[in-house]
Ligand binder design. Structure first.
Ligand code: SAH
Ligand code: MG
Length: 205
């Protein structure tokens, strides 16, 4: 795997093994269309997916309103004061995201959609080779991401979902719930879980 920058310099919530899996799966769908991620934060997953897209000359759509998830808000467990815009009283990870994408020389391949997942999906029509869901972790947000985007995945395409915790003691259940829904739908084949990254392939026919 070739990464254009020191990935540890990018803030984020992705294990290197999960990043490598994203990269490899993204390469594997090179003939199936663009990739889209929901939840870019400061661009860690974006760099892995973007590097694979650059190598195969495809586009990565990076959806994030950059206002943070529940756990990033002021006073919450994963709040980062460096990403807080005091002037407007909101989180803003977009500047850090742009810095990472530019440093990694991925601007020709990454299209940021600075909007909520629902708004970005409103008029979406383009079939996708891969969707990576790593946005809000409320059940409502996870269900919405799943319903908004999973139908755009072409046959043979990849659906990857982050923060899969089968045991509720290890973490929130919303991503696990949509991962199960995808499996139970019968439309996806289970390609396994790497750490907390669940990977599924859309079946043919
Ligand atoms: N993939 C990132 C981590 C994402 S953290 C990494 O590799 O480090 C989750 C991100 O989802 C946050 O940046 C937050 O702003 C975004 N998010 C949460 N709910 C969202 C929604 N409804 N629409 C768009 N983005 C959302
Ligand atoms: Mg995550």
């Amino acid at each position: 795997m070739f990464l254009p920058i020191d990935i540890d310099s990018v803030k984020g919530f992705l294990d290197p093994k999960e990043g490598e899996a994203l990269y490899q799966h993204c390469l594997s769908v090179k003939d199936l269309g663009p990739t889209l991620e929901i939840g870019s934060y400061c661009g860690k997953s974006t760099v892995y997916l973007g590097a694979a897209c650059k190598q195969t000359k495809r586009t990565l759509y990076a959806v994030d309103h950059h206002r943070g998830s529940e756990e990033h808000q002021l006073g919450e467990q994963y709040h980062d004061p460096e990403l807080y815009d005091g002037a407007v009283g909101l989180m803003d990870s977009f500047k850090a995201f742009r810095f990472a994408v530019r440093s990694a020389e991925l601007e020709e391949y990454v299209v940021p959609l600075v909007a909520s997942s629902k708004v970005a999906a409103r008029d979406w029509k383009t079939p996708l080779g891969m969707v990576f869901i790593d946005g809000g972790h409320s059940l409502e947000a996870a269900l919405s991401d799943f319903h908004c985007w999973s139908n755009f995945i072409v046959n043979g395409g990849i659906l990857a979902i982050h923060d899969i915790f089968p045991d509720p003691n290890d973490g929130g259940q919303a991503p696990y719930t949509i991962w199960k829904m995808a499996l139970d739908s019968g439309l996806f084949e289970d390609l396994g879980v790497v750490r907390t990254l669940g990977v599924l392939r859309r079946k043919h026919g």
